[in-house]
Design a protein. Structure first.
Length: 495
């Protein structure tokens, strides 16, 4: 081949490779909406002007730096206001039910860490930290799960399933997409392992849930008008006054709270929160779509992640503060489901979660989707060492740890189905998504089933019941502390 032809062929080959890579990338982008989870927190100065960026929900170019400050016990509001005024800052909010925490905005154009350092130097301050941004991120694509199915099928003899047959003492709903819900009843569909599920149908012979119990979903909000959710959405009772915050104002919180936009309408404009809510409590046996782990429950929508899946630590704490406020007002909130996180540790968020635990609320959190060991690379909030925190890893339909799932023999506690999970989507739609985001509401749903039959269980006993009743799996040895997958039937004492 002469030199001219050689270079001509070389250029043609390079063009083909570039074109193929471009097509592959486009296909991955088309699929990326199907799998969600959190990524590392990006710490930036953050300001609130959500109306201005409604189109893309962008949180770049904020107006003011924001910091979260915990003042020492006994520090009065007047003292806090005096301090902020002296530093030319502005008090945005004091969390009424998260002791001594406040959010402060700097008006001098300083970097958030600089502002936090100023407050840490004050005698009245216990700690101060920048308000950071949390973003949802894809967990994988369909090809990952097809390959995992092939690999795990080769290992059947090493990790045999617990086989349960359809109709074997179980209760099956008439929802048309139930056959796709392998997490609730795995018959081996789509190359799965029969019995590799949470044994929901047997659990339903004892309980299908209770609308006396409230599960708070802190996420992107929830489509509370969805045909499969509206019956199971929490509605503020007429006897309960609308939510009022001394700094933020009054809110008509008919169905929950939106901390991202500072209003009483937690409608989901992303989809992630609606998907998680359906896993917990889509109405069962109503001839529509899917069945939730609970056919009957009350889902309380809380929004701190916006259209693009971005939110802040401050807004997550605002949601927890709302839950605690409603619990103290008599709403029977016992579970917070949190399918998000980051590798940045926030003392303020940890204190808020502890406060929820003081009110008897179990906080169930996604372990993360980085395929990393949380024992050595912590992921928060799932890594907080608190008695009311339960960290959840994700399994495939073959009872193996999903490739994307984080793990940790000490810091990840339990596993649940989290790959290719069918659930509700805004606009009366249904979609299949993957991530520890999806595994987390499975466990939240089972916790709600337990409370439907044992409503007086303490948060400590509820957490322990979930751990003590798992199906032990060899694939989880050294990966999660309980060594097992959540089992709804055992948890409610149906078997």
């Amino acid at each position: 081949m002469n030199r001219q032809n050689f270079f001509g062929h070389l250029a043609l080959a390079a063009a083909v490779v570039i074109l193929a890579a471009f097509i592959g990338q486009m296909r991955r982008m088309e699929r990326s909406h199907a799998t969600f989870e959190s990524r590392t927190t990006i710490v930036v100065p953050h300001g609130h002007d959500h109306d201005a960026d409604e189109a893309d929900d962008a949180e770049s170019e904020p107006e003011d730096s924001e910091v979260i400050v915990r003042f020492r016990s006994g520090t009065s509001r007047a003292t806090i206001e005096r301090i902020t005024e002296q530093l030319n800052d502005r008090l945005l909010d004091r969390f009424e039910f998260i002791n001594n925490q406040a959010v402060i905005a700097d008006e001098d154009g300083l970097a958030p860490e600089t502002v936090a350092a100023e407050y840490r130097g004050l005698a009245e301050v216990e700690y101060a930290e920048p308000n950071s941004v949390i973003e949802l991120d894809p967990a994988g694509d369909e090809g990952d799960f097809e390959e995992m199915a092939r690999v795990s099928n080769d290992d059947d003899d090493d990790d045999p399933p617990v086989v349960r047959h359809p109709g074997d003492g179980g209760a099956q709903p008439n929802d048309p997409l139930f056959k796709e819900q392998w997490s609730l009843l795995n018959t081996g569909q789509r190359a799965g392992k029969s019995g590799a599920d949470v044994c929901a149908t047997r659990a339903w012979t004892k309980t299908k849930g209770s609308r006396k119990l409230v599960v708070a979903v802190i996420d992107t909000g929830v489509d509370y008008n969805h045909q499969d959710l509206r019956t199971n959405i929490w509605t503020r009772p007429a006897s309960l006054a609308p939510y009022s915050d001394e700094d933020l104002g009054d809110f008509d919180d008919l169905h929950g709270f939106d901390a991202a936009d500072n209003d009483g309408d937690p409608m989901d404009d992303n989809g992630h929160g609606t998907h998680c809510a359906g896993i917990i409590g889509a109405e069962g046996d109503n001839s529509d779509g899917i069945a939730g782990v609970n056919w009957e429950v009350e889902i309380m929508p809380l929004k701190f992640l916006g259209r693009s899946g971005s939110g802040t630590t401050k807004d997550a704490i605002e949601c927890i503060n709302y839950v605690v406020a409603r619990k103290k007002a008599g709403v029977n909130v016992r579970i917070i489901s949190a399918s998000w996180g980051s590798t940045a540790r926030s003392r303020a968020l940890g204190d808020a979660i502890k406060r929820a635990g003081d009110e008897g609320i179990l906080f169930i959190a996604a372990a993360g989707n980085s395929s990393t060991n949380n024992d050595t690379r912590p992921h928060y909030p799932s890594n907080y060492d608190l008695p009311n925190v339960l960290s959840v890893a994700a399994l495939t339909r073959n009872d193996v740890l999903a490739r994307f799932s984080n793990f940790g023999a000490k810091t990840v506690h339990i596993a649940a189905p989290g790959a290719e999970i069918m659930s509700t989507w805004p606009g009366n739609q249904y979609e299949e998504h993957s991530g520890t985001s999806m595994a987390t509401p499975v466990v939240s749903g089972v916790a709600a089933l337990i409370l439907s039959v044992n409503p007086d269980l303490s948060v400590t006993d509820l957490r322990q019941r979930l751990l003590d009743t798992v199906d032990k799996l060899p694939a989880l040895d050294g990966k999660v502390s309980s060594g097992g997958r959540v089992n709804a039937a055992r948890a409610v004492r149906a078997e």
